[in-house]
Every structure is written in structure tokens, then in C-alpha cells.
Design a protein around this ligand. Structure first.
Ligand code: PLP
Length: 390
């Protein structure tokens, strides 16, 4: 059976070149980067070089990049670390948006429990955060603004430079979650005016279990993990040297082909969009058409025109060899519509009848054609006209 993986936003396969780069650091150069002897120094050199490489890709200084266990941890570090530190300066308000990843949203909810207040900004119909809304939400107690660079469900890119400039004008720190954009769009912490930024390796053909946070020099932030003096005393834990090496290698491979690959993916995305538009007139396209990541296409079945059960559709696609994600999350066994689509104004039924296609390096034209054919066959069997319109 033809198998098509169109879920690169969830995770990517490890690149074989990344695996080769990591291998010696699992098997031979296995030292603890904090050890004084040669084994330790070998590991330390690889760790420093990996950090320096990552720093270069975002135009940061080497000492401003800290490795974490994941993108989720980087988000937790930024939000909890800055909030706790800013409380000492009398600040207790955080601004974020309704379409952030759960790593940010749930951390904000946790912070509310700790006595902080949080404003969750609305978005426009394309899932974009409007800089004027950010400006209006600023209060004397605001100490942190956290707005994602690009959305992981619909691909919409936010005007982070403008938002960062507003934050700066008011002396407020600005964090952005760049987990989905890094390696696909240029990220420059200096020209974009970013104070803190989250990254993750497994979205760019790197290993799972490692992320990174950029913390601009001078930013007041509490340490995240207590223990040893690793990561300049801010994030204790024996450093995951092989994973750091893999992360840096993955980032360098992404950056070497970013432009051509971005173009190739957006051509594939346009083809997929055109085919879907031609064959399924009741489809709604989610996210901004122009300001969007090149590899994500998110579509919903308009509930006023057609009834499609999102989970049934997904299961049938999987049986036919096509792996995609729907617009719902399985929370404690029940399907919940995506918070992102609801924030964009989709109704609950439409939001659950959603497919997110996310393409990657291995995606071909044939994969796209096969996927649309399979989708057509499945919809012939499972799509129903809603009772209200009969
Ligand atoms: N932020 C965004 C925008 C993401 O898409 C993800 C992963 O889906 C994360 C954070 C979490 O990253 P990780 O899987 O490395 O914890």
C-alpha cells in the first residue's frame, strides 16, 4: 500500500545525516560534559559547538542559548521564569493569545493559579494576532508578552516584529514560540526584537527530547531546574550531548536548503489547495493565505453544507495509508474541537471536521495526488448532507 505521511507538524523523521552525526556521542565520545578529563572535554567541545551553531542561526550570542528537554520545556522556562522574576519588580500581568500551543496556554493557566493575571487575546478570522489588540491589553502591571511566531495548526505567521516593538516601547519583555517556524522561516532575534524564544529539534528532522531557549543577555529570569551548574546554573541536568549535536546538525541542514525547500513545499501546498477546491466545494480553508508556513494546509468541512465526522475521516485515511491530524484533540477519551479553530470563529461541528495536512522533505506530487483521490473515495462513503438542509 502507498503510505503517505502528512503530519510533519506533529513530528518529523530523524534525518539519517543527523543520526550519523549523533552516533559517536552515544557510543565513543560519551563523556559527561562537566567532567574535567578528556572524555568530558570532548563532550564539552561538541556541546559548545552545537550551541554556537544554533546561536548563529537565530543571530544570538552563544551564551544566550540554553538547551532544554523540549519545546514545551522552553515555553515553561520562559513563562514561569520571567513571571517569577518580574513579580519581584511588582509586575504580575502576562499577555498571550487564544491560539498558542498548549505548552504556553496551560503554563499561563498555572500562573493564574499562582496569582498572576493573564490576558488571552482574540485573533482575526485567519488566526492572526493584531498588534493594536496587544497595545490595548497593556496595563501598568504587564511584565511579559508571549505570542507565537507561526501557528502549528493553521500555519498563520504573526507580526512578531511589530508586537515586539510595542513591548519594547512599554519596557515589557517579549517571548515568542518559534517551534514551528525555526528552519522554515528566517528567525533573527536582533532584527525581530525578541527577548526570549523557544525551539524544538524534532520538528526539523532532529531528535526528540531536546529543545532550546534563547534568553537575551540582561533579561531577568528565575532558574528553571535546581541542581548542578549546567546551562550556566539556569537549567540543571547532565547535558544531552548527542541530542544537542543532532539538533545543531538538523538546524544546519534546514538552513542550507531553507529557500528551495520552502518554495517546493509551497508549490505542493498550492497544488493540494487547488485540487481540493476543485473537487470539494464545501471545504473551508483555515489560516492566512499569504502569511503562512509553506508546509501546512488546514481545511474544514463546512457543517452547514456537509456532515463529516472528523475522527471517522481520520481513521479511514489512516486505513488507506494517509497519516494526517484532525482539528480536534483527544482529551480524556473525548474529542474536543481545536481551540485555535474556535478562536478563529469556526463552529464546533465544523472545527471537529477538520484535516491538517503538513508536508515535509519526503512529500512528493504523487503523495498529494494519491491523498486527494483517497479523500474523494472516503467522502463518497461517509459524507452526509446535513438534515437541516434536506
Ligand atoms: N510549541 C509549538 C508551536 C508546537 O507546535 C509544539 C509541538 O507540537 C510545541 C511548542 C512543543 O514542542 P515539544 O514537542 O518539543 O515539546
Amino acid at each position: 500500500m502507498h503510505r503517505v505521511y502528512l503530519d510533519h507538524t506533529a513530528t518529523t523523521p530523524l534525518d539519517a545525516r543527523v543520526f550519523e552525526a549523533m552516533k559517536p556521542y552515544f557510543l565513543e565520545k560519551f563523556g559527561n560534559a562537566s567532567s574535567i578529563h578528556r572524555f568530558g572535554q570532548e563532550a564539552r567541545a561538541a556541546l559548545d559547538e552545537s550551541r554556537a551553531m544554533l546561536a548563529r542561526f537565530i543571530n544570538a550570542r552563544e551564551g544566550e542559548v540554553y538547551f532544554t528537554g523540549s519545546g514545551t520545556e522552553a515555553d515553561n522556562f520562559a513563562l514561569k521564569g520571567v513571571s517569577r522574576a518580574m513579580r519581584k519588580r511588582g509586575k504580575s500581568h502576562v499577555i498571550t493569545s487564544k491560539v498558542e500551543h498548549h505548552a504556553v496556554l496551560e503554563t499561563c493557566e498555572f500562573l493564574e493559579g499562582e496569582g498572576f493575571s493573564v490576558t488571552y487575546l482574540d485573533v482575526d478570522g485567519n488566526g492572526r494576532i493584531l498588534p493594536d489588540d496587544v497595545r490595548r491589553a497593556i496595563a501598568p502591571m504587564t511584565g511579559l508578552i508571549s505570542i507565537m511566531h507561526a501557528n502549528n495548526e493553521v500555519g498563520t505567521i504573526n507580526p512578531v516584529e511589530e508586537i515586539a516593538a510595542i513591548a519594547k516601547e512599554h519596557g515589557i519583555l517579549f517571548h515568542t514560540d518559534a517551534v514551528q517556524s525555526f528552519g522554515k522561516l528566517p528567525v533573527n532575534v536582533v532584527t525581530m526584537g525578541i527577548d526570549l524564544l523557544s525551539l524544538s529539534a524534532h520538528k526539523i528532522y532532529g531528535p526528540k527530547g531536546i529543545g532550546a531557549i534563547f534568553i537575551k543577555t540582561g533579561v531577568e529570569i528565575d532558574k528553571f531546574l535546581h541542581g548542578g551548574a549546567q546551562e550556566r546554573g539556569r537549567r540543571a541536568s547532565t547535558e544531552a550531548v548527542p541530542l544537542a549535536v543532532g539538533f545543531a546538525k538538523a538546524a544546519s541542514l534546514m538552513h542550507a536548503t531553507m529557500e528551495e525547500e520552502g518554495k517546493r513545499l509551497s508549490d505542493l501546498k498550492n497544488r493540494l489547495r487547488t485540487m481540493l477546491e476543485e473537487r470539494f466545494p464545501y471545504l473551508l480553508f483555515n489560516g492566512d493565505r499569504e502569511q503562512s508556513l509553506p508546509h501546512i494546509l488546514n481545511v474544514s468541512f463546512d457543517s452547514s453544507k456537509v456532515n463529516v465526522e472528523g475522527d471517522v475521516l481520520l481513521l479511514n485515511l489512516d486505513l488507506a495509508g494517509v497519516a494526517v491530524t484532525s482539528g480536534s484533540a483527544c482529551t480524556s477519551g473525548s474529542m474536543k474541537p481545536s481551540h485555535v479553530l474556535l478562536a478563529m470563529g469556526r463552529d464546533e461541528r465544523t472545527a471537529t471536521a477538520t484535516i491538517r495536512f503538513s508536508m515535509g522533505r519526503s512529500t512528493t506530487l504523487e503523495d498529494i495526488d494519491y491523498t486527494v483521490d483517497v479523500l474523494e473515495n472516503i467522502l463518497e462513503k461517509i459524507a452526509r448532507v446535513p438534515t437541516a438542509s434536506i
